[in-house]
Design a protein around this ligand. Structure first.
Ligand SMILES: NC(=O)c1ccc[n+]([C@@H]2O[C@H](COP(=O)([O-])OP(=O)(O)OC[C@H]3O[C@@H](n4cnc5c(N)ncnc54)[C@H](OP(=O)(O)O)[C@@H]3O)[C@@H](O)[C@H]2O)c1
Length: 333
């Protein structure tokens, strides 16, 4: 049979993804040796994958080779199986390709419970973003009730969940987002205490107004200028779980200098801790059970920003970097 798959044919400059990725037709054989063939239903758009498109060698994941398929987390249905543990029609999640069909190693795919009202949840609240949010807030941030918790890219997939989890831990939650619509969603629907439109307001003044005693935990998804400003507004013993470097992913040359106001780490006895959610794999079942309980009782919410059609994947992907997405960016194949 024939399949469609996105190939990386060049290294993108900035957000010019069209010049670096191409949707091609190719042959797909039947799965063998325990592999399964999957029909992709939904593909997750994740900011971190931008790093693997570049030729950066010092990332936590090696670069994707030119000519290889673009990869990402996906939700799929088994269409053919050479493994008796999987049958046609099973719902699975794993690390696949940006494609309509693929043959994958079944060990790297998880069989999912059918019948969830909204399958998108498997790629957001119950997926990588939920997990990242939990680890960053609870394991790295170590929140205490009453502390000021700040999160950037707050109306994005990871940030929106991080804020809700910090709220569960009793924090006062402040989100940074780039539009009024996003700020309204954070406060009115997700229960954030404050949302700051950092593209309109002066961030330093807003932080001094809303956190006069300083920020206790800053869940950093972006680094760059925002981090520079937050560094000047830390509370004593502040913690900064460093989740991602969105302000840098599209920059050429890759390396980001250390933050301004570096002296404040000493003055405030503060820490910045980079974390990577797969490092917490052995804690996966406990975290997944908690996320699932919260999601099913309705206390952990997400919004899906869905683009239809595999051919429109780049439209969806770009949204993450222009800030046009609200919540989790997904492509329905
Ligand atoms: N450490 C881990 O294990 C792990 C795992 C998963 C994800 N992550 C990280 O989590 C972060 C969020 O990723 P996501 O996939 O959930 O994306 P997302 O938050 O759903 O979307 C990205 C949002 O970031 C903001 N943004 C985009 N470019 C920016 C820039 N140059 N400067 C400041 N803000 C910018 C935009 O929101 P506004 O315009 O509203 O600000 C945009 O909507 C990324 O840094 C990613 O690498 C880390």
């Amino acid at each position: 049979m024939k399949r469609k798959v996105w190939k990386l044919i060049g290294r993108p400059e900035g957000t010019n993804f069209e010049s670096a990725l191409s949707l091609v037709d190719e042959d797909l054989s039947d799965p063998t040796n325990g592999q399964i063939q999957i029909r992709l239903k939904i593909i997750s758009m994740d900011a971190g994958t931008r790093m693997w498109m570049s030729d950066r060698q010092d990332s936590y994941q090696p670069p994707i080779e030119l000519g290889a398929s673009m990869v990402g987390v996906c939700l799929a249905e088994v269409s053919k199986s050479s493994n008796p543990k999987f049958k046609e029609g099973d719902l699975v999640r794993g690390f696949g390709e940006w494609a309509d069909y693929a043959n994958v190693d079944s060990d790297s795919f998880l069989l999912l419970e059918e019948g969830l009202d909204h399958e998108e949840a498997y790629l957001s609240a119950l997926g990588l973003n939920g997990w990242t949010a939990y680890v960053g807030v609870m394991e790295v941030g170590k929140p205490k009730p009453g502390e000021n918790f700040l999160v950037s890219a707050a109306a994005g997939a990871t940030g929106s969940l991080a804020g809700q989890i910090a709220k569960k831990a009793g924090c006062r939650v402040i989100g940074l987002a780039g539009s009024q619509e996003k700020c309204d969603w954070l406060v009115n629907d997700l229960g954030f205490d404050v949302a700051i439109n950092y593209k309109e307001e002066n961030l330093d003044s807003a932080l001094k107004k809303h956190c006069p005693d300083g920020v206790d935990i800053y869940f950093d998804n972006v680094a760059g200028e925002v981090l520079n400003t937050v560094m000047a507004n830390l509370a004593l013993n502040a913690r900064i779980p460093l989740s991602g470097l969105l302000a840098q992913y599209n920059e050429k040359g890759a390396r980001l200098p250390g933050p301004d106001n570096f002296d404040q780490l000493l003055m405030k006895r503060a820490t910045i801790t980079g974390f990577f959610c797969p490092d917490f794999l052995e804690d996966g079942p406990r975290i997944e059970a908690l996320l699932s309980e919260w999601y099913k009782e309705g206390s952990l919410k997400y919004k899906a920003d869905v683009t239809e059609g595999l051919e429109n994947v780049l439209v969806a992907y770009k949204k993450i970097f222009t800030g046009e997405n609200i919540g989790k960016t997904l492509v329905k194949v």
